[in-house]
Design a protein around this ligand. Structure first.
Ligand code: NAI
Ligand code: PYL
Ligand code: MG
Length: 259
């Protein structure tokens, strides 16, 4: 998995506010509203223990602090433990945490220890970014382009198929493209034979993955992918509604999914 850097997380509160205002413009709902509608849950100030994890590449500067900001932003009662790892988990539970948030290099989980529900960041991120894209108020058709069909992109594509969209998908990994075609019934997208879309969902770890030929004026590009899928120049040229944020949207999707 591509790991975040401390730089990605600078001023997460401002990044969240900006993302929230784009989501409102695109869908008519704020991020909380999308989560409520998606999961049918709403938070009642749940206590969330955030446990730093030192294994593998270790602690990412700003990661736990950003999760703290994110929990507060969305109305949860978050706290970061003083100790990391097993001692941190123990500390979180001792201090009344109802939900645990913790991540190593492979898995970022939310575990509601009261009701037993558990969420993984990758599918929860794919599902909410796809859901936001699917709610675009000015969409001109039910056609959606999905770029990247990996651990985030596949569940996002599944969400769009389930909602009745005509999903075109592309991944340079032929195995993953084949899996999405046979399991989800998506239409393989051929970059050499492009068409325009008003809704695009992207989930890759690469920059500039969106060819100019697929962009329609004022299209929505909903993308958790880091780095960003589109250049500033193309974004401005087509007046793209860009939903992109490094951690908070995926995290709140996890939290709502375990309530
Ligand atoms: P993954 O490695 O499972 O999937 C990425 C897929 O993108 C691969 O299958 C790869 O073949 C494909 N790909 C590469 N270049 C492409 C191109 N030009 N066009 C189409 N597909 C292309 O990675 P995963 O876990 O799905 O993560 C995707 C991205 O999302 C990463 O950058 C990750 O850091 C980011 N992410 C962001 C989150 C957020 O909250 N913003 C949360 C979780 C992940
Ligand atoms: C959750 C993000 C989204 C993109 N990549 C994922 C990532 O960076 N995962 C690693 C998280 C490690 C956190 C570290 C800490 O500070 O506790 N162990
Ligand atoms: Mg996010």
């Amino acid at each position: 998995m591509a790991l975040l850097t401390p730089n990605d997380l600078i001023n997460i509160n401002k990044q969240l506010q900006e993302a929230d205002s784009v989501v409102k413009r695109v869908t008519g709902l704020d991020i909380k509203g999308v989560c409520q509608s998606l999961y049918g849950t709403s938070p009642s100030s749940k206590k969330v223990g955030i446990v730093p994890v030192t294994s593998g590449n270790g602690i990412i500067g700003n990661f736990s602090a950003s999760l703290h900001v994110i929990t507060q932003y969305f109305g949860f009662d978050g706290f970061v433990t003083d100790m990391p790892d097993v001692s941190g988990y123990y500390e979180a539970v001792q201090n009344g945490a109802e939900i645990i948030l913790m991540a190593d290099d492979h898995t970022f989980l939310a575990h509601n220890i009261k009701n037993g529900k558990m969420a993984n960041n990758q599918p929860c991120t794919g599902i909410i970014y796809a859901e936001i894209a699917s709610r675009y108020l000015k969409a001109d058709s039910k056609d959606v382009l999905v770029m990247g069909l990996g651990k985030v992109g596949f569940p996002g594509a599944a969400q769009l198929v389930q909602k009745g969209f005509r999903v075109y998908g592309y991944d340079p990994d032929a195995r993953l493209l084949k899996r999405a075609v046979s399991n989800l019934g998506i239409i393989p997208f051929d970059p050499a034979n492009p068409k325009k879309f008003s809704i695009i969902f992207e989930a890759t770890p690469c920059a500039n993955t969106i060819p100019e030929a697929v962009l329609s004026e004022n299209c929505v590009l909903s993308t958790p992918g880091i780095p960003c899928a589109i250049s500033e120049e193309l974004k401005n040229k087509y007046d793209v509604q860009l939903v992109a944020e490094p951690l908070g949207i995926g995290t709140v999707s996890m939290l709502y999914s375990v309530l």
